[in-house]
Unconditional design. Structure first.
Length: 276
């Protein structure tokens, strides 16, 4: 059990991709800190930190549900302190929480702009900064520490910017954290990588975007399985990468992907953004 006894701090883990990553790690017996905002059920967006904790425990892990706004420094500091008090440290940070608005400039209110930059860029940077002392301790103890940002490969093509400049800048801000922190933390033995899907992923949040056919998507489990491969790799050598889910799985001999399809047998999937 490669992640048994390890502690993962996962942002936005109350549902979707974050929860799938949490449950995959929990199957090894990992400790999962569910750092998210949702404490009360919403029929349009199911999942709370408490329901996620139940699913993590059912999967075989220990769960600590913490209400946390990753835009707020005090909130993140308190969550990290509570995680350390409960589990004794943090070995892995998964920066999964993200805000999206696929809108052109005239249709992007500054409040939405600030939300995307506050969650995607500031939140990723803040969580990494706050968890860093614990990740350093993890490295010194030989516990293979990782930071995983759920963000895309950097591609400076007009195509990826022109339809939604604000969103692209915000997601690329997360990826720039990967690029910079990988170099900064390499001497410390802390890995920093990004992971991104080839296709659209069927999540509750995606279903709120008009016109998306969920039947032409893959399940979050393709990302959780890919994330597991990254988080169990050697932190001293596997760092600074921008992984694409199906490419990474293929590198590990996993080429039969039909089980990840929402509808088995699907050949034409909705492509995700930012993959050239």
């Amino acid at each position: 059990m490669k992640l048994q006894g390890k502690t993962l701090f996962i942002t936005g883990a109350s549902r979707g991709i974050g929860l799938a990553i949490a449950k995959r790690a929990a199957a090894d017996g990992a400790n999962i800190v569910i750092a998210a905002k949702t404490t009360e059920a919403n029929p349009k967006l199911p999942g709370t930190i408490f329901s996620a904790a139940q699913e993590v425990e059912q999967a075989g892990g220990a769960a600590l549900p913490l209400q946390c706004d990753i835009r707020d420094e005090a909130s993140v500091q308190a969550a990290v302190a509570e995680a350390v008090a409960r589990f004794g440290g943090i070995d892995i940070l998964v920066n999964n929480a993200s805000a999206i608005s696929l809108t052109p400039t005239p249709d992007t209110p500054m409040k939405r702009f600030d939300l995307m930059f506050g969650v995607n860029v500031r939140g990723t940077y803040l969580c990494t900064q706050t968890c860093l002392p614990e990740l350093v301790k993890s490295a010194r103890a030989g516990r293979n520490p990782h930071v995983l940002n759920m963000s895309p490969p950097l591609s400076m093509r007009e195509h990826w910017f022109k339809g939604h400049v604000a969103y692209t800048m915000a997601k690329y801000g997360m990826s720039e954290c990967t690029l910079g922190h990988a170099g900064e933390f390499r001497p410390l033995g802390i890995a920093v990588n990004s992971l991104w899907p080839r296709t659209a992923i069927a999540t509750a949040a995606l279903q709120m975007i008009p016109g998306v056919d969920i039947k032409m998507c893959r399940k979050p489990e393709i990302l959780s399985d890919a994330a597991y491969l990254i988080l169990t790799s050697d932190s001293k050598t596997t760092t600074g990468n921008f992984f694409i889910d199906d490419e990474l799985l293929a590198q590990h001999g996993i080429t039969e992907l039909d089980g990840y399809s929402v509808v088995p047998g699907t050949k034409n999937f909705i492509p995700d953004f930012f993959v050239d």
